[in-house]
Design a protein around this ligand. Structure first.
Ligand SMILES: Nc1nc2c(c(=O)[nH]1)N[C@H]1C(S)=C(S)[C@@H](COP(=O)(O)O)O[C@H]1N2
Ligand SMILES: [Mo]
Length: 362
């Protein structure tokens, strides 16, 4: 028997029944969407399992997709088999292969940009496309799994093998990146790449979706402190530039991070200057001139900084001048720029999730 023949047989043995493959792929895509979305709010190292799971499950998808495409390829190569749903199937395959390829390339430190987009952003776009296309594709070919498809012990073994392969690949990849010293070696656990240097020019001004306001007039600027405080305030910039300093790490979900020295006013000091918060105070909302906003629990907010300076320089417009939020332990999109209002609230602010996506669209 040839080596190739032996290998082929071993691969065949690993192949689950078609319906099991299909349902597993659906479940895995759902799990990837969930871990991918959750990863956007993980900023501290104790959240590493989210990233580990996302990558390990990705490897399992590669294996199952291999079986699936090998099985259905004749539906494409033989025009007699084309159906109306074939286009949707092709789109699902393209989105899946696109997400896998960009995800793997990103993890290995490939740094190609698609215009202003990092590979990671392209990966997210493919992922969102999958989220729409895969349920539609599944609906056109809906078949419930039968009992006979799930061969108990055999299926369990196949899946254990798949998952172990995913976890091992993850370890091997990390080791390879370090050994070969690729651009993937100095990543944070979030996958973000470092941006070195100090001050405004060291890292890119980044907007989450469409925020792009006119520069804020420093003379007319007032920072409002309102809501559940004893006395509302309206402060000029000078009152914010009080000299509290902190070194903090900003980690953007588009795949870069930077460590900078920020300077400004501690939010806790600001709240004390407003005579303290009322009994009902539970959250602090930071609102941008654009309407963009994010909310932190009061205790966390008190430790945050409203910064006027970075790396010893006055903040540039692109980085949120005159005042931006510095929220250590939070992802970049929560560091609101061009802050003009600090509102102490009696509760959280679920609508902020939508507002950050749509602010800036006129
Ligand atoms: N008002 C407002 N603040 C914002 C954003 C935005 O789009 N609008 N983008 C956020 C995102 S996604 C990141 S990563 C950081 C980037 O900060 P920088 O532009 O100073 O690099 O700002 C955050 N603050
Ligand atoms: Mo970001």
């Amino acid at each position: 028997m040839t080596v190739r023949g032996a290998l082929g047989r071993a691969v065949d043995r690993l192949e689950p029944r078609p319906r099991v493959v299909d349902w597993s792929l659906l479940a895995l895509v759902a799990a990837e969407a969930l871990t991918g979305l959750v990863s956007f709010v993980v900023a501290t190292p104790d959240g590493w399992p989210v990233f580990w799971l996302h990558r390990s499950l990705g490897v399992a998808i590669v294996a199952l997709l291999f079986f699936k495409l090998r099985r259905v390829r004749r539906n494409l190569t033989e025009p007699g088999r084309w159906r109306r749903s074939t286009a949707l199937s092709v789109l699902a395959a393209v989105a899946a292969l696109g997400a896998l390829a960009t995800g793997a390339a990103w993890v290995f430190g490939l740094d190609v940009r698609v215009s202003l987009w990092t590979l990671l952003s392209v990966h997210v776009a493919f992922g969102l496309l999958l989220l729409v296309v895969v349920p539609l594709h599944a609906a056109t070919r809906f078949r419930l799994p039968r009992r006979a498809d799930v061969e108990g012990r055999r299926t369990a073994l196949q899946y254990t093998a798949l998952f172990v392969a995913g976890a091992v690949t993850y370890r091997v990849q990390t080791a390879l990146n370090t050994a070969l010293d690729t651009a993937g070696a100095d990543r944070r656990f979030t996958g973000s790449q470092p941006r070195e240097g100090e001050g405004n020019d060291a890292f890119p001004p980044t907007s989450w979706v469409a925020d792009d306001p006119e520069p804020v007039d420093r003379e007319r600027y007032r920072l409002a402190v309102t809501g559940e405080v004893t006395d509302s305030l309206a402060l000029p910039v000078e009152a914010v530039a009080s000299g509290e300093a902190e070194r903090a790490l900003l980690d953007c979900t588009s795949g870069w991070y930077t460590v900078q020295d920020w300077r400004g006013v501690r939010v806790g000091d600001l709240l004390d200057a407003a005579g303290g918060t009322t009994e009902d105070a539970s959250h602090v909302r930071f609102v941008s001139v654009t309407g963009y906003r994010w909310t932190l629990p009061v205790e966390e907010a008190r430790d945050a900084l409203l910064a006027t300076h970075v790396g010893g320089e006055r903040l540039s417009h692109g980085h949120g001048a005159p005042v931006r939020l510095v929220a250590p332990g939070r992802r970049g999109f929560q560091w609101v720029k061009w802050v003009t209002r600090v509102e102490v609230r009696p509760g959280p602010d679920p609508a902020q999730w939508v507002v950050t996506l749509v602010s800036g669209f006129d």
